[in-house]
Design a protein around this ligand. Structure first.
Ligand code: PA5
Ligand code: NI
Length: 187
């Protein structure tokens, strides 16, 4: 009998750097984030090519029951007063959950249910976030370093970005050098 030992993908905890997998990489730039930030004028004044976040994920076959694993690297920065953040989404299969693990940097995980009730969890190296089904999620970088988080989610979950065209009801801004929360309702 031949027993094979295969090298698994690897994540460097300190940097969040993902290696040794069949990896897919995707960069999201400011120009891809139309109507995501509150201050449209400030967004237009930014460099459209500026990368806001990169996602590196293991290229797993999306067969029944399979899981995806990926790392998001969210840059520090702001559009106007609003911290850089991911677009955020519900899962297309609403009941599917996800787990995030903070690896590097500091920020917030914004969670919003289908009724529009929002809550936040701090993200830091070692934090574990159980995202239930029926809950939209977005990472926000409130620090000066890159915020990296590892995520594991069912391949069947899919992403539904359109359901959040009204955006999240809670925004995170910097005012007089401090992190402030703002209720926000799109008109
Ligand atoms: O599956 C997830 O929730 C993450 O891997 C996100 O897709 C990633 O953080 C990028 O965010 P978004 O898909 O909202 O652009
Ligand atoms: Ni997700």
């Amino acid at each position: 009998m031949t027993i094979s030992i295969t090298q698994p993908p690897q994540v460097a905890w300190a940097s969040g750097q993902f290696t040794n997998g069949p990896l897919i990489r995707k960069s999201t730039r400011l120009q891809n984030l139309t109507h995501v930030f509150m201050d449209e004028k400030a967004w237009l004044a930014c460099d459209p090519q500026q990368i806001v976040y990169d996602v590196e994920m293991v290229d797993s076959a999306p067969i029944a029951g399979a899981l995806y694993t990926g790392v998001t690297h969210l840059q520090p920065g702001k559009v106007g007063d609003e911290y850089f953040m991911t677009r955020g989404h519900f899962h297309a299969q609403r009941e599917q959950g996800e787990v995030y693990y903070g690896l590097r940097g500091s920020g917030l995980l914004l969670l919003q249910d289908e009724k529009g009730t929002a809550r936040l969890e701090p993200v830091f190296p070692g934090s574990v976030h159980i995202i239930p089904g029926f809950t939209a999620h977005r990472l926000i970088n409130t620090g000066n370093d890159i915020l990296s988080a590892l995520a594991v989610w069912p391949c069947a979950a899919g992403h539904d970005y359109a359901a959040l065209t009204q955006g999240f009801n809670l925004r995170v801004v910097e005012e007089v050098g401090r992190v402030q929360l703002k209720e926000y309702h799109h008109d």
